[in-house]
Design a protein around this ligand. Structure first.
Ligand SMILES: [Zn+2]
Length: 113
């Protein structure tokens, strides 16, 4: 792990989080920083846009990815949501199901209070 690269990635995330669209907090729980990290979730992808997996693994690749992503996020903030990593995992998990299953899950969750 290279702390310098990790630090640079976090600096880019913190800078982008200040864009008006993101309110400098997780869309779901409103924390401004989480010990497990923060991420920009793609709401919509453009055709031909690269994903994290197109870059090398580890912080060096993540830094390259965020340097690639930074102007895209600045130009199209509505294509992204700022999330803490636990809530990003939740969203990613739910996206594995089709719309009907998601709806049944949401209905069940709302009834389970
Ligand atoms: Zn959160």
């Amino acid at each position: 792990m290279n702390n310098n690269e990790k630090e640079k990635v976090n600096r880019i995330k913190k800078e982008l989080a200040k864009l008006r669209q993101f309110h400098n907090r997780c869309y779901v729980c409103h924390v401004s920083w989480h010990k497990r990290g923060m991420t920009f979730h793609h709401v919509k992808y453009h055709i031909n846009e690269k994903t994290h997996s197109d870059f090398p693994s580890g912080y060096a690749g993540t830094l390259q990815y965020y340097e690639y992503l930074k102007p895209i996020i600045k130009k199209n903030p509505k294509m992204f949501a700022y999330l803490c990593n636990p809530h990003h995992q939740t969203v990613t998990k739910l996206l594995q199901f089709n719309k009907d299953k998601q709806e049944r899950i949401f209905k069940l969750v709302r009834k389970s209070r």
